[in-house]
Design a protein around this ligand. Structure first.
Ligand code: ADP
Length: 474
């Protein structure tokens, strides 16, 4: 047996340690999926900040190493713990910049800049002290981008020479501008790149795009889109020069965690072969939130961060335009205060039709996926999107904008409904089309079953990542 390929996987969040959004789902399942491909022989290890929200009870922690990092003229102590979960070695890095921050993504941008720069640098220092030199370092989004840049800078160092890097872009919109001071303090200079605007040379995400051996966008459409002015945030010209090393691999979902047949949070479990349980789930949720109980009318839903990226305003506007039709809706989300207020206002105007539930609630999200007829995702951009895949797995038909991963995972008229323009009118027209189809029960059920039989498990995507790793070290 050849020696396994060693992959160090860096992320800001990973389920089940800590999950705030889709990245937590990905980093919590891709490393397992990769280790679960015996033919690929991959020794993947995860590194996370030891966030104050990670509860130590239930984890078997061992202290791995301690050291200090130089920041300007001071030394910042770091401690590394190891906590293996289900066979995956995971390292948790602690230190004042991490423990001093109460949230995974701190409302104080400066705190996040310090925390993630410290984390990225500490992850590299940690690995020097393990008896385990990675062949590949795979980082995700701006939070861990500095590690990729630093490895490139250290190619003269025998430890890092020849170590390959992969950088996954889950969201190009967040570049880490808040980390600039910290980068300087930890000794990372700006890059010189003529195809970048000046500001980009100082920020971690553009630095990692510049430094990485391979760039992975989280869907093939998003890989193309980030090379255009509409989605490229000014980095598109540079990304075009790197086109040969930009690929798109869609994320998967963990089919053991997301399965309506075994989901204990559902009132009634169900499967593609027998969807009857969905009706009881829908009645329960409508009753709980004081919504009209029309079994013949569709239940529309959103499960989302409340953010303009997600087109929450577009969805609210579209709902206001179709109040002549019978439907009820439940909106679950939290985030932007203005959008939260708009969602509450819509509920206040139509209290028997719309429930706006402003919080993060994993259990309720499952009950929504297992009861809603339609899942609204009018994203302005959507690198991959997991909610539509979960929705389809649970028979909730996505009504989505044809962008990024939504476009790559939803077949219009077969497993969902797609529209092109970011406009409430266009979305309203698409909702009318969907509600019309919903009226044809047999046709609707065929769509649900087709959606449920789609394969969004990690295996396919994990093989694509494994291929990429093997090619890199060839
Ligand atoms: P993003 O990562 O951009 O937020 P994704 O669709 O990729 O969007 O992933 C979102 C994930 O977070 C899904 O698993 C979704 O169910 C979950 N989620 C989002 N908002 C909430 C919420 N308010 N309560 C529970 N789960 C949520």
């Amino acid at each position: 047996m050849p020696k396994p390929l060693k992959i160090l996987f860096l992320a800001s969040e990973a389920d089940p340690f800590v999950k705030v959004g889709g990245l937590g789902d990905v980093a919590g399942s891709l490393p397992y999926a990769l280790r679960g491909l015996p033919s690929e022989n991959l020794d993947v290890r995860l590194v996370l900040p030891f966030h104050s929200t990670i509860r130590a009870e239930g984890l078997t922690l061992t202290r791995e190493t301690v050291f200090t990092l130089r920041r300007d003229n001071a030394d910042v102590p770091a401690q590394v713990f190891r906590a293996d979960i289900k066979g995956l070695p995971a390292y948790l890095i602690s230190g004042a910049p991490v423990t001093g921050s109460l949230k995974v993504y701190d409302p104080n941008p400066n705190a996040d800049g310090e925390k993630y720069t410290f984390f990225s640098m500490a992850a590299l220092e940690m690995v020097r002290r393990l008896d385990w030199r990675p062949d590949i370092v795979h980082a995700n989004d701006w939070h861990t981008a500095a590690a990729i840049y630093q490895i490139r800078r250290q190619q003269d160092d025998p430890f890092w020479a020849g170590v390959k890097t992969v950088f996954s872009v889950h969201n190009l919109g967040y570049m880490g501008a808040e980390a600039q001071n910290a980068l300087r303090a930890y000794g990372l200079p700006p890059i010189a790149e003529p195809f970048y605007p000046e500001w980009a040379c100082h920020q971690p995400l553009p630095q990692a795009l510049w430094a990485a051996d391979e760039i992975v966008a989280v869907s093939p459409s998003y890989a193309q889109e980030i090379q255009t002015p509409e989605y490229g945030y000014g980095l598109e010209t540079f990304l075009q020069t790197r086109r040969a090393t930009v690929t798109g691999i869609v994320n998967g979902i963990d089919y053991t965690l997301w399965d309506p047949f075994t989901d204990n949070d559902l009132e009634s479990k169900f499967s593609a072969d027998d969807l009857t349980g969905r009706a009881a789930n829908k009645a329960a949720i409508q009753a709980q939130f004081g919504l009209n109980l029309y079994p013949q009318a569709p239940l529309l839903a959103m499960v989302t961060r409340m953010d303009y990226q997600k087109g929450v305003d577009i969805a609210l506007g579209a709902l206001r335009r179709i109040t002549d039709l019978p439907w009820t809706a439940i909106l679950l989300g939290t985030g932007n205060a203005e959008l939260e207020a708009q969602a509450r206002a819509l509920e206040a105007d139509f209290p028997n039709r719309i429930a706006s539930v402003i919080r993060f609630d994993a259990k309720l999200s499952r009950r929504i996926y297992g009861s809603a007829d339609m899942l609204l995702m009018p994203s302005r951009y959507e690198p991959c999107g997991l909610a539509q895949m979960i929705g389809m797995r649970y028979g909730a038909i996505p009504i989505a904008r044809a962008t990024g991963g939504l476009r790559d995972t939803i077949a219009d008229g077969r497993t969902g409904f797609l529209f092109a323009d970011s406009s409430p009118n266009v979305m309203a027209a698409t909702l009318r089309r969907a509600i019309e189809t919903y009226g044809h029960a047999a046709k609707w059920q065929t769509m649900q079953q087709t959606a449920m039989f789609e394969d969004f498990s990690w295996e396919k995507s994990a093989f694509q990542y494994a291929d990429l790793y093997h090619q890199l070290v060839k």
